[in-house]
Design a protein around this ligand. Structure first.
Ligand code: SF4
Length: 324
């Protein structure tokens, strides 16, 4: 049996994830249709609580409606209707600011390429309709991302990439576990335990920031709770926002191996598998599964309980790609 990470409380954590409503199959697109994404609805959906948002519907545009586009202007891109040329920039900017201020989620999945919701490569046009340039973000999504720079954010197109998908889901579940802790009646010892269980996961992202987070934990008993929670949350999120590269994963795997009491033959087997992962021959799930298998008994509990080995529900099977 494969264990879920952390305490019983953590096992029950379900991330809250905001999502462009059309991606869940809601008929909110300009033509009354949707853009249902099956990974989101069928694979990830059973493990998260969605917070669907359709900014164009919330802005009162209804369905069916005229399509929108971003147009270049001296003050920056404007959001305008294509035919009647109604300027919705102010309305959408105000809505985005209000929504961003009240947003309390562990991640956000936006609809790719939308002038309102896109996060990359949204086209910008000249007033005469000719393409002007590629802009990076939609009007609504850009304001949300600016307000929440450490929030895990992706679009459904980028989530087809297995590496980006794994990274996004890992961060979302980690954010949710920490939110569950700091929203509860936590004590410094709870934060120490949380940080200890996340040690390998954080080291795989950024060893320097891991130590910075450790200094916040060490001072937890001497500082106000709110200040500690805010500082730890910010450092934890910054750590996870740093890419977990193959070399850092290899260091973590070797670190875990060093803490296990294995006979020479089994140890050599694990070393071979770590080498194969480093060479790009097997996915990360192979050495992590083998190490977890060997982490039996009380002495190995510290390794076994690391969130690194189960950063999200195992059934999502997201570590089955080879490094590149
Ligand atoms: S892309 Fe955004 S604004 Fe457009 S239908 Fe989907 S949720 Fe609504």
């Amino acid at each position: 049996m494969i264990n879920e990470p952390g305490t019983a409380g953590e096992q029950a954590v379900r991330p809250r994830v905001a999502v462009s409503a059309c991606l869940l199959g809601e008929p909110v697109r300009y033509n009354g249709g949707h853009s249902r994404d099956r990974f989101l609805t069928d694979v990830l959906g059973p493990y998260v609580d969605w917070v669907p948002v359709c900014p164009e519907m919330e802005a009162g545009l209804g369905t069916p409606r005229e399509t929108l586009r971003q147009e270049r202007s001296e003050e920056g891109p404007r959001l305008v209707t294509r035919t009647t040329r109604m300027d919705l920039t102010g309305r959408m900017t105000g809505l985005a600011a209000r929504r961003a201020a009240e947003l309390d989620v562990d991640g956000y999945v936006f609809k790719a390429k939308s002038p309102t919701c896109g996060i990359h490569g949204v086209p910008v046009y000249r007033p005469d309709g000719a393409p002007a340039e590629r802009r990076s973000k939609g009007l609504f999504s850009g304001i949300v991302m600016e307000r929440h720079p450490l929030l895990p954010v992706e679009d459904e197109g980028r989530l087809h990439d297995p590496l980006l998908r794994e990274s996004f889901v890992e961060r979302v579940f980690a954010h949710a576990r920490l939110r569950a802790l700091v929203e509860g009646d936590w004590r410094p010892r709870d934060l120490i335990s949380f940080h200890a269980r996340h040690k390998m996961q954080l080291l795989a992202h950024d060893p320097v920031l891991y130590r910075e987070a450790g200094r916040v934990v060490a001072a937890a008993g001497a500082r106000p709770r709110e200040e500690v929670a805010a500082r730890y949350t910010e450092t934890f999120r910054r750590t996870l926002a740093t890419k977990a590269a193959t070399g850092k994963n290899v260091n973590v795997l070797q670190h875990c191996l060093g803490m296990l009491d294995l006979d020479p033959v089994r140890r050599a087997d694990v070393v071979d598998v770590i080498d194969a992962y480093q060479a790009g021959l097997v996915p990360l799930s192979v050495p992590t599964t083998l190490l977890r298998h060997h982490a039996r008994g009380e002495a190995a509990a510290y390794v076994r309980d690391q969130t690194y080995f189960s950063p999200y529900p195992d059934a999502l099977r997201l570590r089955h790609h080879v490094p590149r």
